[in-house]
Design a protein around this ligand. Structure first.
Ligand code: GLA
Length: 727
């Protein structure tokens, strides 16, 4: 049993393989958080410290006891209006306009298996792999009920949190802020690690000290965003990749979010993750539950690499679903950077011919095949094939391509609409816009109101009409703007729209996968604008960034790797000079970087020399020899490309008998010193043989001193070494 309840002490204890989490119901029925960290046994309520602190009030029942204050005690799910003045997890507006919400323990249940969340993505697991704890809390005055949900995957050191919020009373209750997870730490000196960015430069690593202020990351964009990723790490000051305590929270949600870390008046730290509360005001209908999306939490006592491994394992096997979870992903050629909007059916067919010749498995026809779409100003919403542009029907084109022996994939942007489209002319009210105001345009497009079922149904049918025409194995699902003008004609409560929009999106995706179970979905939002565990529930890979420059990708993929497994990151070799940066890098370097993701190409092979084509064929063959390590192995960051000129990372098989070292040199400098890259994850006392040279190395020396990099490695050069255990 991973979840224990001790009646006499009113203690909930959750044990995973290496961690313990403990809570206590206090004499007044409040749920206090006691501990999360290294595995321990026993009762941790000795950690609570009661003192009379000025301006920290006391619950009425505490009577003359001035030392009991929710303002200073660690809370499990803090609400506004109870005398806890730190950042709250839940804010509720009552019918009388007041904001008090005083949740008390009612009962609980413990069972095998993992809870699910209606309409939302969530970690899934079998009854042998997981347990669920539900703690039922209630505000006795308003009747609001909050069911705190905990899912425990002990082998992976994962604890998930979510909440079901409902009421049966006659009061009108409105949710004004809803977080899913709160962690209160009584002590500790932490750093906060977050991942910020912008379009085409996502998930830059940032580590800042936690001080007496509230640090907030988040998105008001209706999407998880390029600007901040909904994954954050709290690490001890001395914690490194290999040593020390750290905690992660990752949001299984693709809409706006808010992550907060605050050091309080008693030097305690609170970490929260939940829905963005701006433009959120959700009336709770009597008898109807509101689900707070899931947060995945994990703890590592031995550094950040292990924290990433926990998240990787959880996402690979318990978030990603479908056929492609466990099979080799196809190597693809995408038409975007090779053709942009300028193609016809024959051009796409010729790309496929070239792809086949190079050893590529799948050809993807990107934007430009539908409606009136020769540039980005028109066409979105009109999901019918432009046969005039293609010069042939879709079934005809797809048959020609699949007859070559490769698969076919296609691009959609189902959530958006151009004003210059038949759909907009017919249903202008289907686009999110506020009556009487001009909407904010982005890339000349508006967003469809996916909070409305009829809109979702219509687009679903039009997408299916296309997919039913031909043998289509793959869909790239794009979303190319942030959401503004969140106004729906379907409701008078506009504070619901952004959350309901995401429910509409998930409903669409769920139905799509139910209807086409073998379809490989690749998520995309101007590259990695919606790279989150929510989308990964539907699409096991996401186009990591619109930036295909190999050197920028070192940073983008490094940042992404903290929270997300390598095979979730779509990554392609493109032409040089690179279209985003103008940089020229060797084909080999572009290959090594792109294959540390779901590997593909995004260029027109017709412009390559015969030698380059030969090199690409060899690159794909080499990739196929090591992809079992990349897709299924453990990933180790060896350097930080934000701080070091040498970017190095490696993959190690689960049984540690094989490893793949990857190195890319960023800038070189005069009279450079020899760089030793310390390997990780090998079997300590074993010997490893380098595949090509046959040289043998002791693992301990590779891990303690390092592998000396050739000094002649110039700027942007790379090398990759495949090691096998030598017996
Ligand atoms: C976005 C995507 C690109 C491409 C274009 C097409 O920018 O990220 O990969 O599909 O849209 O318009």
């Amino acid at each position: 049993m991973s979840i224990l309840f001790q009646e006499e002490n009113k203690l909930f204890t959750i044990h995973t393989k290496n961690s313990t989490y403990q809570m206590k119901i206090d004499p007044y029925g409040f749920l206090l958080h006691l501990y999360y960290g290294k595995k321990v046994a026993g009762n941790m309520d000795f950690l609570l410290f009661y003192s009379d602190r000025g301006f920290s009030g006391n619950p009425y029942e505490a009577g003359k006891d001035k030392t009991y204050s929710l303002d200073t005690l660690p809370q499990e799910y803090p609400t506004l209006g109870t005398g806890d003045f730190r950042n709250p997890a839940l804010v509720v507006r009552n019918e009388d306009g007041s904001f008090a919400c005083n949740l008390r323990y009612v009962s609980h249940s413990i069972r095998a298996g993992k809870y699910g969340l209606k309409g939302l993505p969530a970690v899934y697991a079998s009854e042998d792999e997981a347990e669920t704890l539900e703690i039922y809390m209630k505000d006795p005055v308003s009747g609001l009920e909050v069911d705190l949900l905990y899912g425990v995957l002990p082998e992976l050191d994962i604890i998930t949190r979510a909440a079901r919020i409902h009421h049966d009373g006659d009061q009108k209750l409105t949710l004004e802020k809803v977080c899913s997870a709160c962690l209160d730490f009584l002590t500790g000196d932490f750093d906060l690690i977050t991942f910020h960015g912008r379009h085409a430069m996502e998930r830059n690593y940032q580590r800042t000290p936690v001080e007496h202020t509230s640090q907030v990351i988040g998105s008001r964009r209706g999407m998880s965003s390029h600007q901040y990723n909904p994954m954050m790490i709290l690490a001890g000051k001395d914690t490194t990749e290999e040593y020390g305590s750290c905690y992660a929270m990752s949001y299984v949600y693709s809409g706006g979010f808010k992550g907060e870390v605050e050091k309080d008046q008693t030097d305690g730290t609170r970490m929260l993750l939940g829905l963005m509360d701006d433009m959120f005001s959700y009336p709770l209908e009597k008898g109807k539950a509101f689900y707070a999306p899931e947060v995945i939490m994990t703890y590592s006592e031995s550094g950040i690499t292990e924290l990433s491994h926990n998240l990787h394992k959880c996402i690979k096997k318990h978030i990603c679903r479908g056929k492609y979870r466990d099979v080799n992903r196809p190597v693809l050629l995408n038409s975007w950077e090779g053709c942009y909007f300028d193609f016809n059916g024959e051009d796409i067919y010729q790309l496929a011919v070239q792809a086949k010749d190079l050893g590529i498995d799948l050809l993807v026809m990107d934007d430009g095949w539908f409606g009136k779409r020769d540039e980005d100003i028109s066409g979105l919403g009109d999901w019918y094939v432009n046969e005039k542009k293609l010069g042939e029907s879709l079934p005809h084109l797809v048959k020609r391509i699949t007859d070559l022996g490769i698969k076919f994939g296609i691009w959609f942007e189902p959530e958006c609409i151009n004003e210059d489209s038949d759909l907009y002319r017919e249903h202008p009210d289907w686009a999110l816009q506020i009556p009487g105001r001009d909407p904010v345009r982005a890339r000349y497009q508006l967003v469809l109101d996916f909070s409305r079922k009829e809109v979702v149904d219509y687009i679903f049918d039009s997408v299916c009409d296309v997919l039913d025409q031909a043998d289509i194995s793959y869909v790239k699902w794009d979303f190319n703007r942030s959401i503004t003008d969140a106004f729906s004609h379907d409701t008078s409560d506009q504070g619901k729209v952004l959350y309901d929009y995401i429910l509409g999106l998930y409903d669409f995706l769920e139905r799509l996968l139910a209807r086409y179970p073998d379809l490989l979905l690749e998520g995309c939002s101007g590259g990695g604008g919606r790279f989150d565990a929510g989308m990964l529930y539907y699409s096991p890979q996401i186009w990591c960034s619109d930036n295909t420059d190999a050197i920028d990708r070192l940073r983008i993929q490094y940042g992404t790797s903290f929270g997300y497994p390598i095979p979730t990151m779509g990554s392609h070799v493109s032409a040089v000079p690179n279209h985003q940066t103008g940089r020229i890098t060797p084909l080999k370097t572009r290959g090594v970087v792109a294959m540390s993701g779901t590997f593909g190409y995004e260029l027109n092979p017709a412009y390559m020399t015969d030698q380059e084509k030969e090199d690409v064929r060899a690159q794909i063959e080499d990739y196929k020899k090591v992809r079992h390590l990349i897709q299924y192995g453990l990933y180790y960051r060896l350097t930080n490309p934000f701080l070091q000129e040498t970017a190095a990372w490696m993959f190690v098989s689960e049984d540690r008998s094989e490893a793949l070292l990857n190195v890319v040199q960023q800038q070189v400098h005069g009279a450079s010193l020899c760089t030793y890259v310390r390997l990780r994850g090998l079997k300590k006392d074993a010997l490893y043989q380098e595949e090509v040279s046959g040289k043998i190395y002791p693992a301990n020396a590779l891990m303690e001193v390092g592998y000396p990099l050739p000094t002649e490695l110039g700027s942007y050069q790379t090398f990759q070494i495949h090691f096998k255990e030598y017996y």
